[in-house]
Design a protein around this ligand. Structure first.
Ligand code: GDD
Ligand code: MN
Length: 359
């Protein structure tokens, strides 16, 4: 029976695949192990490299996901293709120290903990070549997440850990799977206090390829925190969607000012142009930000825009009817207006999540 499955999310890591497999093979000699690479449709040849490796090595497998992005969801999909009792998550770029895997497994096998964490913060761990700014950001995020999770572990942002399948099963249905902080997601979704041990490791320098965690990381992190703080009551996507809607107001009034006051169009024409420009900008910002993991491209971008126009037009009708009705019940103008906006936004969000950015 395979005892340990090492799950490795990859996106454009062509030059790292082979060295990483060889490194694992070297340190896991006495263990019955396998590796599952979960690739999100890399464009640099990683896919062919993985197929070649999997043909050669019976204990290497890969999942090739299409039209999806996301480190956390990739790892969980990897977990679910295996049956081994111990599961490790590790980056595919050699920055995590594979020589620690054996220690992690030993600790889990003793049986008095659910998860072993690779930590850069305990004595013996470190940040490799990270610049001061990234270390500062990382430390800040660490403090914030400690506050929220109530966990006292030293490195909740670590992407390198091992857990038992039975621990995973206790929280798998509660995971948000947003973004790349899977460990944090597991800790905050686990019923009760998770028993955790730590092993120190030194974060290595990246040798090949580039980091994928760009400007999106802060946003994804914020989304996950919102969802956890509101206990999933308010989906983080809805908050982003509403923020984009608010940005649409600025666009609307800028265009209205330009077309009505400067270009001297009639009011109805100016208002119509402003509405379409604002809807269009809302669509593209939502597609880029709110639905960055389900981004529409090519022909689907066009059909998406059409459904978005249709939904939002109905949303405005709902908004106007509801607010007028409430106003007639003798509520003040701002309460009525707010109720209309709320109904319109909820409708737009719900309907576009089904019609425009459907699963
Ligand atoms: N399948 C998949 N899908 N894999 C991805 C995606 C994705 O959308 N984005 C990134 N990856 C893979 C990369 O190919 C790499 O193997 C691993 O996930 C980590 O990505 P990096 O881009 O190398 O991240 P990093 O080095 O900046 O961040 C790492 O260190 C952080 C420490 O603060 C990660 O381990 C983070 O999880 C960790 O928190
Ligand atoms: Mn990395």
């Amino acid at each position: 029976m395979t005892e340990l499955s090492v799950i490795i999310p990859t996106f454009n890591e062509v030059d790292n695949i082979r060295p990483l497999y060889d490194a694992l093979d070297k340190v896991l000699q006495e263990i019955d192990w396998e590796v599952v690479f979960v690739d999100d449709d890399s464009t640099d040849g990683t896919i062919d490299e993985l197929i070649k490796l999997c043909h050669e090595k019976p204990n290497a497998r890969r999942i090739h996901r299409i039209s999806r992005r996301g480190l956390s969801s990739a790892c969980v999909e990897g977990f679910q293709t295996t049956t081994s009792p111990y599961l490790a998550v590790m980056d595919g770029d050699l920055q995590h120290d594979e020589t620690k895997l054996k220690d992690m497994l030993e600790l889990l096998k003793v049986g008095d903990c659910d998860l072993v964490l690779g930590s850069r913060y305990t004595a013996g761990g470190g940040f490799g070549d990270w610049d001061q700014n990234r270390i500062k950001v990382s430390k800040f995020a660490t403090k914030l997440s400690m506050l929220i999770t109530g966990q006292t572990i030293s490195d909740p942002m670590s992407g390198f850990f091992m857990l038992t399948r039975s621990a995973l099963n206790k929280c798998i249905r509660n995971l948000s799977l947003q973004g790349y902080k899977l460990l944090l997601d597991i800790l905050t979704s686990y019923p009760g206090q998770m028993k955790i041990k730590e092993v120190p490791y030194e974060f290595r320098e990246r040798q090949h390829g580039d980091s994928k965690l760009d400007s999106m990381i802060i946003m994804e992190f914020a989304m996950m925190l919102i969802e956890k703080v509101t206990r999933g009551l308010i989906p983080a996507r809805f908050i982003l969607f509403s923020a984009v809607g608010a940005s649409g107001l600025i666009v609307h009034f800028t265009v209205l000012y330009m077309t009505f006051n400067i270009a001297q169009f009639g009011f109805t024409v100016a208002q119509t142009i402003a509405t379409f420009v604002a809807m269009t900008s809302n669509f593209f910002i939502n597609n880029w930000l709110t639905y960055h993991d389900k981004r529409l491209k090519g022909k689907r971008l066009f059909t998406g825009l059409i459904t978005f126009y249709a939904v939002c037009s109905l949303g405005s009708i709902a908004n106007i009817s509801v607010s007028s009705f409430i106003f007639e019940q003798k509520y003040t103008w701002y309460v009525s207006g707010l109720a209309g906006v709320l109904i319109g936004t909820v409708w737009n969000y719900a309907a576009t999540s089904i019609l425009t950015w459907r699963k």
